[in-house]
Design a protein around this ligand. Structure first.
Ligand SMILES: [Zn+2]
Length: 132
């Protein structure tokens, strides 16, 4: 399997079906199936109809890095973006989403981090129903 990005197609009971993200752009029919268990064993895979796009992968990696940084520190949004963009080649920076979209992503990541949600109950005993 070469370096490509796949997304999960939501069907299949005991397996994940992964489809190439260039499915629409290049009509790439490459996909692979993996087990749903923790081993994630690849059951079947097929070839791409296009060359790998290294820039897209670097853009996604940078966006993940920006999200991680947004969660771990409180540097202002503009500085966070400019620090991250300074670490990648110009060709990657040119493919990034607009600054307003990245800013929105950072705000969303930070607001999710600040929310404290109760954990989902796993058993009946975990349910905290007031008895009086
Ligand atoms: Zn493909």
């Amino acid at each position: 399997m070469d370096i490509s990005i796949f997304f999960i197609v939501p069907n299949g009971k005991n397996k994940y079906i992964w489809r190439c993200t260039e499915y629409n752009k290049y009509k790439c029919s490459s996909c692979f199936t993996s087990t749903k268990d923790e081993t994630g064993t690849i059951l079947k895979e097929s070839c791409h109809s296009h060359a790998p796009n290294g820039v897209n992968i670097q853009v996604r990696e940078l966006m993940e890095k920006i999200k991680d940084n947004a969660k771990s520190n409180q540097v202002c949004t503009r500085n966070l973006i400019s620090e991250a963009v300074a670490t990648v080649p110009l060709v990657v920076a040119a493919q990034l989403p607009s600054q307003s979209l990245i800013s929105r992503t950072i705000r969303r990541v930070r607001s999710c981090k600040d929310q404290v949600c109760p954990q989902n109950p796993l058993t009946v005993n975990d349910l905290n129903i007031g008895t009086s």
